[in-house]
Design a protein around this ligand. Structure first.
Ligand code: GLU
Length: 513
């Protein structure tokens, strides 16, 4: 790498909710910037007014915040190259488009939508795809075919025009990509892309992107593979502007693939298989269909980020769990693969479970408390944290915490029928009465001591430990399965434990033989 300061950008277009592939692009840019002590910039590319979707920009910012990807410069933060929203930079771009016309790299075109549609239909009738290229540009109404005075007259009278790039007829463009290595492409197959439109006074993506990357001194462009076909045009634009010496280095990230491995991961895959493809829930302003998000599905942002980091990059070791700091230290573009990365919903759940199990009860309590309030329970943060620590090994998602802790705060109002059929038998019930007396005799119910005492008592009296514990659990929390029952009894306290046993005895009776 040369000595240039590392400056990277995430440059989404606000055309809808940010796909998790876009979040991964932002993450890799962030990791690269942090690792090199450089700058991470967030630029909004909103020059395509046709595709603008209200609320999408705020969604992008919120998603980045949730993931902990703080920008050094951007729409929200400001910075030395402000504004960072392209629609607010519109007067910059015309100047650069005109520079290319003057130097012969671009030209005016006056074709109406009708003319272009006609040409498209004719090409289709011949079984070909229409391309606006060197074969047609001199035959159409362009500044390459019309006399300069006519061009000026049309502009002066306010006819609609666009500026198109004059793609070389037959040139091999040699390119380098940090992930894909050397790439060559011939220009014969490329068309003359529109760079600027008088109709809305806005540039297209290609012009605005190159001009801004240059002005913002971007050193590396790290973006999705879908932009690779645009790379020859971008190389040629840098050359046409005379900026080739300072153009950024490029890295095109592999696609995120469907769980089956073929094709790009889409919202439809998520809907079919029951997982989100967006970081946050998306509620479109126009009332169109909502989409689920990782945050609302109960994922922890650290788990989500860790999972995304490993979709396309591998650390070269067996390590799978990485904090953000560890990712910053370990990340490298050299270890980003060329082949698409297959998304696995099971792996995503696994990551979340790992993080949930390691997350302190105190932290998770912040999420549990409102859920408890929702069922009419007000608990202190400490109590909530204690309850969580007893059950979190059994949870994969934040919303799992409520059903797993609910019975610790609210005594059972009914008993699971299956468990009752299996365990509420007269032997077990009379053993439970004896166990109740043991518990009552203890001065205080502490989990480890109670467990040791009961185990000894069970051995001495040769009772079936498993069946007795399931019967006790059924009495105390209404089901026979769950975490260590002594932890729960200690949590609710001796009085409440005895009360719940009595309630079960009076509701369920003595049990059948
Ligand atoms: N605005 C483009 C997008 O939405 C940016 C592509 C690039 O990074 O050059 O993905």
């Amino acid at each position: 790498m040369n000595n240039r300061r590392v400056r990277v950008r995430f440059a989404p277009s606000p055309t809808g909710p940010l796909h998790i592939g876009g979040v991964r692009t932002a993450l890799y840019n962030y990791l690269f910037a942090r690792q090199h002590g450089g700058d991470f910039i967030v630029r909004i590319e909103d020059t395509d007014s046709q595709r603008f979707v209200p609320g999408a920009e705020q969604y992008i910012f919120e998603a980045l915040r949730w993931c902990g990807l703080r920008a050094d410069e951007g729409v929200e933060q400001g910075g030395p190259h402000a504004p960072y929203r392209q629609s607010e930079r519109r007067e910059i771009y015309l100047r650069y488009a005109l520079q290319l016309v003057e130097s012969g790299y671009a030209y005016y075109a006056f074709d109406s939508a009708q003319t272009l549609n006609g040409l498209r239909q004719q090409a289709e009738a011949r079984g070909e795809a229409f391309a606006y290229n060197y074969q047609v540009r001199t035959q159409l109404e362009t500044s390459l075919s019309l006399p300069p005075s006519e061009v000026q007259a049309r502009i002066d009278r306010g006819d609609a025009w666009v500026i198109r790039f004059k793609m070389p007829e037959n040139e091999t463009v040699e390119m380098d990509d940090l992930i894909r290595g050397h790439i060559a492409a011939n220009t014969a197959a490329l068309d003359d892309k529109v760079l600027y439109k008088s109709a809305d006074g806005l540039p297209t993506y290609h012009l605005a992107n190159i001009v801004d990357d240059h002005l913002m001194q971007i050193s590396h462009v790290i973006r999705g593979e879908e932009w690779l076909p645009s790379l020859p045009l971008h190389y040629l634009l840098y050359r046409a502007f005379g900026w080739a010496d300072t153009q950024p280095q490029f890295a095109h990230l592999p696609l995120l693939l469907k769980p089956q491995g073929q094709g790009k991961l889409s919202k439809r895959d998520g809907d079919k298989m029951g997982f989100p493809v967006f970081p946050l829930r998306w509620c479109p302003a126009d009332g169109a269909e909502e989409a689920r998000g990782y945050r609302e599905d109960g994922y922890l942002p650290e788990a989500f980020v860790n999972m995304l980091a490993l979709l396309g990059w591998n650390p070269g070791t067996e390590q799978e769990l990485f904090s953000m700091d560890e990712l910053v230290a370990a990340f490298s573009l050299d270890r980003v693969g060329k082949a698409g990365a297959r998304f696995s919903p099971d792996k995503a759940r696994w990551f979340n479970a790992q993080y949930l199990h390691r997350c302190p009860g105190q932290q998770l309590a912040q999420a549990l408390l409102p859920m408890l309030q929702g069922i009419g329970v007000s608990a202190s943060p400490d109590r909530a944290a204690q309850a969580i620590d007893l059950i979190k090994e059994r949870a994969s998602f934040v919303p799992d915490l409520l059903p797993l802790t609910e019975r610790m705060f609210v005594p059972p109002v009914s008993y699971d029928q299956k468990s009752a059929d299996k365990f509420w038998k007269s032997d077990n019930v009379s053993n439970l009465r004896a166990l109740r007396a043991q518990l009552e005799a203890m001065p205080e119910l502490r989990a480890t001591e109670a467990e040791a005492h009961v185990q000894q008592w069970v051995r001495d009296n040769q009772l079936p430990m498993g069946a007795l514990m399931n019967t006790l659990r059924l009495a105390v929390i209404g089901v026979s399965q769950g975490p260590s029952i002594f932890g729960i009894c200690a949590f609710i306290g001796k009085e409440e434990t005895l009360r719940r046993i009595d309630a079960a005895l009076s509701t369920l009776g003595d049990g059948r033989g």
